[in-house]
Design a binder for this molecule. Sequence first.
Ligand code: ATP
Ligand code: MG
Length: 410
Amino acid sequence: MRPPRRGTVLIVDDEDGPRHSLKIIFADEYDVLMASDGKAAVELAQQHKIDVAILDIRMTGMSGIEVLERLKYVDPSIEAIMMTAFETTDTLRQALRLRACDYINKPFDVASMRAAVSNAMQRRALESEIHSDAEKLDTLMAELQNQRIEDQMTQTRGEIYASIIHDLNGPLTVISGFVHLMNQRIGPSTHLEVEDLQFIKDRLKTITRQATNCIEISKRYLGFLRGRSDDAPRVAVNQLLADLGHLIRVHPSIRENEFLIEPFSDDLAVRMNGTDLTQVLLNLTVNAFQASTVPHTVKISGAALGHPLDLTTFKDGPEDRVINVENFENSPPLVQVQVRDTGPGIPPEVLPKIFQPYFTTKGGRNGTGLGLNIVQRLIREAKGILHVHTRPGEGTTFTVYLPASPLKPV
Ligand SMILES: Nc1ncnc2c1ncn2[C@@H]1O[C@H](COP(=O)(O)OP(=O)(O)OP(=O)(O)O)[C@@H](O)[C@H]1O
Ligand SMILES: [Mg+2]
């Protein structure tokens, strides 16, 4: 172990006699520096780490009080002992205000001087110990915080990658289904009839739209990973519902189910990215189709609300679950979009779990359990509310509420 550092004492006195006797007293125990005026004292403090300074108050040129002030300016943790002769209480008070730790009458007696320096040294050691402990604590806290952020980032990254795969799956299913259909249509033929060409053109349009969707999805997630987001996105809800209708009518999960879509009369824009809202509604609709293998009805409907919501009515219960009431921007106009199914409903013991990541009742490779987790994240980001009302045997309704604005500014 390194031997503890010897303390350093700075003696500042314009008289040779006391300066030298002080040096003799402390040379064995401490490193001693000497200055015969304030300027030299300040220079020494700038060059060395001083623990205790002994200052004569009455000096020609810079007074001891002024030197004290400047030394404290160089290093506030220097402990100072003032040597006084016949000072007024005012001067002493001033020294105390400048945080001198002690004063000794001049001419001093050796025992008191030793005791004063030893006390000051102890206080200095204690203070620097506290200071370095506080620094260690700060470093430790900073490390912990960094670690926590890193952990969160890794976790979020993992979730984001899983979400990208989940979200890309929808459009890619449509694309591969359409390519398959076109292959079937063309078959081994060497030339195309007009209606074949039209069929292929139509399918290619959808494929192009879905490919654009894939690019949008990956852009959105990559933007999120880089911590960037487009500011104030807006999307017209009715146009989006119409596009969604096209997408859903060709989606494989529709099977034998009846599908209805009901836009609303006065169109509004919501402050949400179009791909995000499509993703929300597509996830809810696919879930509604998948609620049962028995054919049932799924209906999407939109409404514009001109009044704020009564948030007290939004409560979790055996048949209800509400997400993000606490951060909802409840100022009209609002848009309400519902995805309602006449499926089997969600049992009360399952309901509290449906938004958890990776929770699925679909088993095996049929569900990742990420859909609703992504939906609730997107709704939270858009400062909306997501409400589920379900009744076993009757069906389930997912309602999204979003802050909106008129489509064309008036
Ligand atoms: N409309 C609904 N009717 C009945 N149950 C539903 C409905 N929507 C969701 N659920 C239940 O919530 C669970 C979680 O849904 P979520 O969309 O998160 O995952 P998933 O659909 O199982 O998997 P993935 O979305 O990856 O295909 C479902 O497994 C299902 O049990
Ligand atoms: Mg799902």
